[in-house]
Design a protein around this ligand. Structure first.
Ligand code: UTP
Length: 292
């Protein structure tokens, strides 16, 4: 496998964040002082990928504006020498960002199918902006290493407690072929805990071959009436080896409010300029809330 393109589906409705997402994309909600999708672009850049396709839809224009020049701000900040905008600019100098619209949000599988023309018979990476990582090595880089070494598609998985497993696509796996790497035998979308084939839930990083598009074309709407990527992956793993990788690092599910809050705190604690302030703030806030 050789990965030179990344696809980021960002056309979902973000209903779990209403009303915050009524008039702004979920992917633009900030984690500390950067939009979630900005961390994803940084991860792609850190893997040496230069070609980023974002799948957008109605009401998602702020994403395009974020990855564009901001002439007025640049002029203003040039005078004050503020480095913050320069950081975005440097990222944009390296990445080429493309867009395709998903007219109707018909599910993650359908969003990825919208990327077919752009991907054009190449292997590619998929990153969901709902999942952020704090990790010693970028999560996607870990997946790409395994995909290159085994010359096979891979999906990221995390161990999930039984009470949460029905929110995930879950893999049935063979033996661990190397630390943290398992052959995928089958997959089930959102099983009940008693029907789950393992405790490993698929999360938002994938390295996929172009054959996935043919499987997506034949995928009928599944759980929730949506075209599920899991169903196409299931067909793929019957045709060629597919591997599940437990990424080294901490994963943050920012697709729901408590997960976003957890990420806010953890990402802020990683920042030398904010760490001490956050520690004091948490101490203060927990004391205050104890008094109510
Ligand atoms: P989610 O199902 O978590 O996102 O999809 P959502 O539908 O926006 O969120 P809720 O459940 O209503 O709160 C995971 C990723 O896939 C994208 C989303 O934007 C998100 O990044 N997605 C999902 C699409 O691009 N198109 C879709 O039709 C569905």
């Amino acid at each position: 496998m050789r990965v030179a393109k990344a696809v980021v589906p960002a056309a979902g409705l973000g209903t779990r964040f209403l009303p915050a997402t009524k008039a702004q994309p979920k992917e633009m909600l900030p984690v500390v002082d950067r939009p979630a999708i900005h961390y994803i672009a940084e991860e792609i850049d850190a893997c040496g990928i230069r070609d980023l396709l974002i799948v957008t839809g109605r009401g998602k224009r702020a994403i395009e504006d974020h990855f564009d020049r901001a002439i007025e701000l640049e002029r203003l900040l040039q005078k004050t020498g503020n480095p913050r905008l320069r950081e975005v600019q440097r990222l944009l100098d390296r990445l080429q960002v493309f867009y395709v619209r998903q007219g109707t949000p018909r599910g993650l599988g359908h969003a990825i199918a919208c990327a077919e023309r752009h991907v054009d018979r190449e292997d590619f990476a998929v990153l969901l902006p709902d999942d952020l990582y704090i990790s010693p090595r970028p999560a996607l880089a870990q997946l790409i290493s395994v995909a290159e070494q085994l010359d096979a598609p891979v999906v990221a998985v995390v161990p999930v407690p039984p009470e949460d497993i029905s929110r995930y696509g879950v893999v049935a796996v063979g033996e661990e072929i190397q630390p943290g790497v398992f052959r995928v035998l089958d997959m089930v979308e959102k099983p009940q805990a008693e029907d789950a084939p393992s405790h490993l839930g698929v999360v938002g990083r994938y390295v996929l071959p172009p054959e996935i598009f043919a499987h997506l074309r034949h995928t009928k709407p599944g759980a929730g009436g949506e075209i599920q990527l899991t169903d196409a992956l299931r067909a793929l793993c019957r045709e060629r080896p597919l591997y599940a990788v437990t990424v080294a690092g901490e994963r943050y599910d920012i697709g729901e409010p408590l997960g976003l809050l957890r990420a806010q705190i953890s990402f802020a604690l990683q920042r030398p300029d904010l760490r001490q302030g956050v520690v004091e703030l948490l101490r203060e806030v927990t004391q205050v809330s104890d008094t109510f």
